[in-house]
Design a protein around this ligand. Structure first.
Ligand code: HEM
Length: 164
């Protein structure tokens, strides 16, 4: 390992190390739907970074766009806080004004992260959100489900992204 790479990896907080495979930029396409809306496809770029603060935190952001026109769609950003015991808490602020606090687990063996909302704030319809992220053949796959005031927990988004 060259000196620069060694310094980079040694700067990763031990709590973040099991999730270091996320760090970087991912790009791909997704499909959205819900019983109450028409399904749609979208482009997405997702970014995970480990700020050089020495803290056990991963900064997260994503942006999405319409595949035909490139017009921006939903975006969100937040912080992922992994703990050495395999639990994880995440805060996310969405461009729609909705705020989420999620808790869950990660598995270092099969690279699966499961999150479920503890708090969904400033939402007119959304009551619950779950997010599952996993690595399959080196690609990042995720599924976001939501429950609204009218509908139980059901998929809203699924996407597959490649590391750039
Ligand atoms: C619709 C929530 C992420 C695109 C909706 C609705 C809700 C919602 C509550 C309305 C459903 C209804 O009327 O019954 C959320 C939440 C998200 C999320 C909680 C993240 C956790 C996204 C993303 C995109 C997106 C990333 C784009 C890539 C849409 C579209 C509609 C929609 C296109 C349909 C709008 C319409 O037909 O009026 N979403 N959304 N959403 N969402 Fe999301």
């Amino acid at each position: 390992m060259d000196k620069e790479k060694k310094e980079e990896s040694s700067a990763i907080h031990p709590a973040v190390a099991p999730l270091s495979y996320l760090l970087g930029t991912w790009k791909g396409e997704g499909e959205g739907g819900y019983p109450t809306i028409n399904s749609f496809r979208y482009g997405e770029e997702l970014h995970f970074s480990h700020p050089a603060s020495g803290k056990p935190v991963i900064a997260y952001s994503h942006k999405t766009w319409k595949l035909d026109s490139g017009q921006p769609m939903h975006s969100e950003s937040g912080y992922w806080r992994p703990k050495p015991d395999g639990s994880l808490e995440v805060v996310i602020a969405q461009s729609t004004g909705l705020a989420e606090v999620l808790k869950g687990t990660y598995s270092a063996e099969d690279n699966v992260i499961k999150l479920h909302s503890q708090v969904v704030a400033n939402a007119s319809k959304v009551r619950e959100i779950s997010r599952v992220y996993k690595i399959v053949n080196g690609d990042l796959h995720y599924v976001v489900q939501m429950a609204t005031n009218l509908t139980t927990l059901q998929p809203h988004l699924k996407a597959v992204l490649k590391k750039l």
